[in-house]
Ligand binder design. Structure first.
Ligand code: FES
Length: 132
């Protein structure tokens, strides 16, 4: 069996939503100290929904594929749903990642969570009733 699924390879080769949102409502940046990979997520939020999301990832193929898939999973979703995105859901949507690459999907979960926390820190009134 191939080490990486077709979906991982597809999102690695043709990542969706790469880039920067200049007037982002929330920005989250995370890194993994062991491998040195860095991921940054930009969110545009309108009517409590993810109106746009873009990422920049300086990292391995699994981190790029995870970022790309994570942006697709939360695009258009209510903020409350995006907050619940787990690395497991990202890995499952990619048809799996090798065990030693699961931490790459954790970066995607954390970057989105951090971007949402950044959004809430700018708009504390929006946080009511939403638990991370
Ligand atoms: Fe660290 Fe992929 S090897 S994010």
């Amino acid at each position: 069996m191939a080490l990486y699924s077709e979906k991982v390879m597809d999102h690695f080769r043709n990542p969706r939503n790469v880039g920067v949102i200049e007037d982002a409502d929330g920005i989250g940046e995370v890194g993994n100290a062991k491998c040195g990979d860095i991921m940054k997520m930009y969110l545009k939020i309108e009517d409590d929904k993810i109106a746009d999301v873009k990422f920049e990832t300086f990292g391995c193929g699994s981190a790029i594929a995870s970022s790309s898939m994570a942006t697709e999973l939360i695009m258009g979703q209510p903020v409350s749903e995006a907050m619940k995105l787990t690395n497991k859901a990202v890995a499952e949507a990619l048809d799996g990642l090798p065990d030693y690459k699961m931490h790459c999907s954790v970066l995607a979960e954390e970057a989105i969570r951090n971007a949402l926390e950044d959004y809430y820190s700018r708009h504390p009134e929006k946080k009511k009733g939403i638990k991370p």
